[in-house]
Write a new protein. Structure first.
Length: 214
């Protein structure tokens, strides 16, 4: 009951923080996905570089997000910029591996058939290889999105936007008025954002993946 009373009494603030969190996650995953696909297009035909890129992306995910965020404070200060760079970096990593795997798994016979009818290298990439690789790429995007929505909470440490400020304010004031409600509300809203985003990505998959690949 106290939780519901807190939500009702702070609806405007909660809506704004939720919008900030969702917007930050969406933008960083979008940028990370674009960067990941571009890098994958460059390296997927080169075995050494594709293997090196995949290994590097996996190792990069072991970097503590808070440590990277702290390092970014030195050149960029507090606020949105270090938050965005850190989240975009981590958003890129899961997509790179999936994009390379997806592009390399396109059957050579399909590519040869496309070459046989006179399609250019870029036409083959855009109309044949990427559509076939898209289900695997989308899986990487889903993983990246869920990860980023969770990690985005820690940007509160550098005065970044989103629901993290609500959670950490509540935790720092445990025992005080509304402290537990603040932390719980922030956590619940992050889970809701994650579920909504994942549902939208599932819908995107149904709309964009060819019936033969589903």
């Amino acid at each position: 009951m106290q939780l519901w009373d807190y939500v009702q009494g702070h609806a405007a603030t909660l809506a704004f923080l939720t919008y900030q969190h969702a917007s930050l996650a969406f933008q960083t995953v979008l940028v990370g996905t674009i960067v990941a696909i571009l890098v994958s297009i460059v390296v997927y035909r080169m075995p050494f570089f594709s293997a090196f890129t995949m290994t590097t992306s996996r190792v990069a995910l072991t970097i503590p997000s808070l440590a990277l965020l702290a390092l970014l404070i030195v050149p960029f200060g507090l606020g949105v910029v270090p938050s965005f760079i850190m989240l975009a970096f981590f958003a890129t990593m899961p997509v790179i591996g999936n994009a390379i795997v997806g592009l390399r798994s396109v059957p050579p016979s399909v590519v040869e058939a496309a070459q046989g009818i006179g399609l250019s290298r870029w036409r083959i990439l855009l109309s044949v290889e990427l559509p076939i690789a898209w289900p695997v790429i989308l899986t990487g995007i889903r993983v990246s999105t869920q990860m980023i929505i969770g990690i985005a909470a820690i940007v509160a440490y550098v005065l970044g936007p989103g629901l993290g400020s609500l959670i950490f304010s509540g935790l720092s004031r445990l025992g005080g008025a509304n402290a537990l409600e603040m932390a719980l509300t922030g956590t619940i809203l992050i889970v809701i954002i994650a579920l909504i985003f994942d549902g939208l990505l599932v819908l995107l998959g149904r709309l964009t993946i060819s019936k033969g690949l589903q």
